[in-house]
Design a protein. Structure first.
Length: 395
């Protein structure tokens, strides 16, 4: 359909620049959280996070409520790319798909090499890539990185996000309430019935989606997954009168509405709420604890080995082509950036170690250290790596 083919490069540039700018703000929010947590304001910061607003604490409103909106946007991006975007055909999916699979499997194995028993539950923490952070680093490089690598990284991260959603649904679900699950299933059927019946107004979907969030919150499945379910029910087609115009697609309208508040408010707020680790109160052993090492090395070593190794193997076997105008060192630098696992890694940490503050702190140290080193090394390598790049994207 012509819906997504109106000025595709311009739309892609707008998306990438928005993600990159949001990533830079997320970096600032994470740094601010660390400063506050390790300052005299640290206790007030913790008290504020656990203060209750109605039925939930501020911490839970951000992680269970606002992050459902983040997952709604993730779901919209996944659906758009799979239906009529960079992942719409198998040749386009093969390289980022293989790279994403390697980039999830190898970090998990690295983590499990250091952890067993109760701490093995955190195996998925280093498996995710933070697209906003990674594109934020690439934005600092200007036109040194070809657009083909930015598209590859974006597609990989979207597949990565889908994998993380599946992992959360199957491996980090608490006790289930069958009554609430039934309610969620009924509401889901209603949402897709609206889609099939041709409803193109967003308000009915959003109102019913709120009810879905309530059922999922009470069911034992993490409430944020309601955002993904709602996203897949939002119609990709335009109105009957103007089916081919992008601005008349409910999915595109909602995606454009959400990009700014999610990128510049919700995700930075999540970083501000969750990135603060009081290092001064931690024992020295926490810096080299199995969880810290598993997460940190999973991101720094596991991601680059999984993404770069799987990509090069697929290219060598003729299963996929090298991204246009990109060299191997540029691919290696991009694979390093995949080790920035901030947002989703923090989120999975809270699910994996929900009742153990010390393990949460150790995992957060690993996330921060692994992400920082991955981002720094990826930036330095991409800065010096050369490629035949007439296709470079302007800064």
């Amino acid at each position: 359909m012509a819906l997504l083919r109106v000025k595709p490069l311009s739309a892609l540039r707008q998306f990438l620049k928005g993600q990159a700018s949001g990533g830079i703000i997320l970096m600032v929010a994470a740094a601010l959280a660390m400063l506050i947590a390790n300052s005299p304001l640290g206790r007030a910061y913790e008290h504020l996070l656990h203060s209750r607003i109605g039925p939930l604490s501020l911490h839970h409103w951000v992680n269970d409520g606002l992050m459902a909106v983040f997952f709604l946007l993730v779901g919209l991006e996944i659906k758009r790319e799979v239906m009529d975007g960079q992942l719409s055909t198998w040749p386009r999916r093969i390289l980022p798909g293989i790279a994403a699979a390697g980039g999830m499997a190898v970090p998990a194995l690295v983590y499990l090499a250091f952890n067993g028993g109760a701490t093995a539950r955190g195996w998925a923490i280093p498996a995710a890539t933070d697209i906003a952070f990674a594109l934020g680093v690439i934005a600092l490089l200007g036109n040194r990185v070809p657009i083909s690598l930015r598209v590859f990284l974006t597609a990989l991260a979207i597949i990565d996000d889908l994998g993380a959603v599946v992992i959360i649904a199957f491996f980090y679900t608490a006790k289930l309430s069958l009554i609430d699950l039934g309610g969620a299933a009924a509401v889901t059927i209603l949402l897709f019935a609206l889609n099939r019946s041709g409803v193109r107004r967003l308000i009915p979907y959003l109102l019913i989606g709120t009810l879905l969030w309530l059922f999922v919150l009470r069911s034992g499945i993490h409430a944020t997954l309601a955002g993904v379910i709602l996203a897949f029910a939002i119609p990709l087609q335009g109105t009957p009168r103007k089916p081919d115009l992008e601005e008349h697609s409910p999915l595109h309208r909602l995606e454009h509405l959400l990009h700014w508040p999610v990128g510049f408010l919700i995700v930075p707020l999540f970083g501000l709420v969750n990135a603060g680790v009081p290092l001064l109160g931690l024992r020295a052993e926490a810096l080299v604890a199995p969880v810290t090492l598993g997460v940190g090395l999973g991101l720094l070593v596991g991601k680059v080995v999984g993404v770069f190794g799987a990509s090069m193997l697929a290219i060598r076997l003729g299963m996929a082509d090298m991204p246009a105008h990109a060299g191997r060192l540029q691919m290696l630098g991009t694979a390093l950036l995949c080790g920035i696992g901030f947002t989703m890694s923090l989120f999975i940490t809270l699910l994996a170690f929900s009742n153990d503050a010390m393990l949460q702190a150790e995992a957060k140290i690993g996330i921060l250290a692994g992400s920082l080193l991955s981002g720094l090394l990826g930036y330095l390598l991409l800065r010096v790596a050369k490629g035949d790049t007439p296709d470079r994207m302007e800064a």
